[in-house]
Design a protein around this ligand. Structure first.
Ligand SMILES: Nc1nc2c(ncn2[C@@H]2O[C@H](COP(=O)(O)OP(=O)(O)OP(=O)(O)O)[C@@H](O)[C@H]2O)c(=O)[nH]1
Ligand SMILES: [Mg+2]
Length: 374
């Protein structure tokens, strides 16, 4: 394993992990103009409605996907047209759920429904109550349904509508007010900040099966804390694997056996943050970590340079790496990388920065600072 292999190894591990993600299928129900597309665009990284491909799956449902993105949005049409159209949506939805379920293929099943009602509507109509009651009575595969109160810039109205709906005791997971985008259309220039999208992700995390948790983190852009938690779990898993690898202390000449563990960890963190393999980023980062861009560095030198970066570890005593040192190295590397991913996610480092020498310096500095905090 040398430097180039390390970068390639990370690229391949990321591609492999992304390729293995199951497809998340979400159905959005709601009248026209309630903010379905705005919600989808706020929650997911990929703007499926405008950049994805829509394919009608039934008369009143269109499935939006994008190549290589493990997400499908089923958008419903005509829900505002009255009772007959709403019945059609319900029948088509039940049929689509049944067909998906019968394939026994998780990629083709419906996993969640967002029933959207605008807070600007005067009330939750009796026919909507009935629709949900009828639907949930026939929902034999128990697809979770979340009522999203959209356009909730009036928090008072949102509370009233939530209270009204909750008195109906519907079989739904939650009634959740969400303002997907800042609202700035008051005459006095007052702005209501967007809120609630992070909570929707938390609810989804609880509602979805294990097989879709990695996908959810990869596709969502509304909850940074959830991404960090997932990334930290990957660090903990790698730290455990590193202890196991060093159970009998690793002679330093075998230090390269730690590399695959670190590669898997870096890939898992990247996927949790929803970044795709990016050679410039990985090259800059990895050369920042191991102190040089030299392509001749081999595994044990890479590990030795890593160790030097971590205060308090420095050199390897007695020519062996203990379990404790292997864990410390893995944890420090993982947390520093999470710090960098967070900065990229927040836009504090731009992807273009990775091409410029100033950007590279900034990144190296940041990385060193994060490691010192350990
Ligand atoms: N500020 C703000 N505007 C919103 C929000 N949600 C929706 N809107 C606005 O409401 C209008 C309708 O939103 P869409 O997201 O297009 O509604 P839709 O449900 O997808 O509508 P159809 O595709 O026609 O069924 C747009 O002008 C949005 O900008 C929000 O959370 N905040
Ligand atoms: Mg729309």
């Amino acid at each position: 394993m040398d430097f180039n292999n390390l970068v390639e190894g990370c690229m391949n591990a990321i591609s492999a992990q992304v390729g293995n993600l199951n497809t998340l299928n979400v159905v959005i129900v709601g009248k026209t103009g309630v903010g379905k597309s705005t919600l989808v665009n706020a929650i997911f990284r990929e703007d499926l409605a405008t950049t994805g491909t829509g394919r009608p799956v039934t008369q009143r449902m269109c499935r939006y996907t994008k190549k290589d993105v493990p997400l499908a949005i089923y958008d419903t049409k005509g829900f505002e047209l009255g009772k007959d159209a709403q019945q059609e949506v319900k029948e088509e939805l039940l049929e689509t759920i049944k067909e998906g379920y019968e394939t026994r293929d998780i990629d083709k099943m419906i996993h969640c429904i967002w029933y959207c009602v605008s807070v600007t509507s005067s009330r939750f109509e009796p026919e909507e109550v009935q629709w949900i009651k009828d639907f949930t009575a026939q929902n034999q595969h128990q697809v979770p349904i979340i009522i999203v109160l959209t356009q909730a810039f009036s928090k008072k109205r949102a509370r009233e509508l939530k209270d009204q709906i909750e008195t109906e005791n519907l079989n739904v997971i939650q009634v959740l007010p969400v303002l997907a985008q800042d609202y700035d259309e008051f005459d006095d220039g007052y702005v209501v900040k967007a809120y609630g999208t992070d909570t929707l992700i938390e609810i989804m995390e609880k509602a979805l099966p294990d097989e879709l948790q990695d996908t959810l983190m990869y596709v969502q852009q509304a909850n940074l804390e959830s991404k960090k938690k997932k990334a930290q779990a990957a660090v903990a898993a790698a730290a455990t694997a590193a202890i196991a690898a060093a159970a009998s202390p690793i002679p330093f000449s075998d230090a390269a056996i730690l590399i695959p563990i670190e590669v898997t960890m870096l890939a898992s963190i990247t996927v949790a943050f929803g970044f795709d393999p990016n050679k410039a980023m990985l090259t800059t980062l990895i050369s920042a970590v191991i102190g040089t861009g030299s392509t001749t560095l081999v595994g044990k030198t890479i590990v030795s340079n890593l160790l030097k970066m971590i205060p308090g570890v420095g050199t390897v005593a007695g020519g062996v790496i203990s379990g404790g040192t292997a864990t410390l190295l893995t944890t420090a590397l993982g947390e520093a990388y999470i710090g960098i991913m967070t900065a990229m996610y927040n836009g504090e480092i731009k992807e273009n920065d990775l091409e410029t020498s100033d950007g590279k310096k900034k990144l190296k500095k940041m990385f060193k600072e994060r490691l010192k905090k350990k």
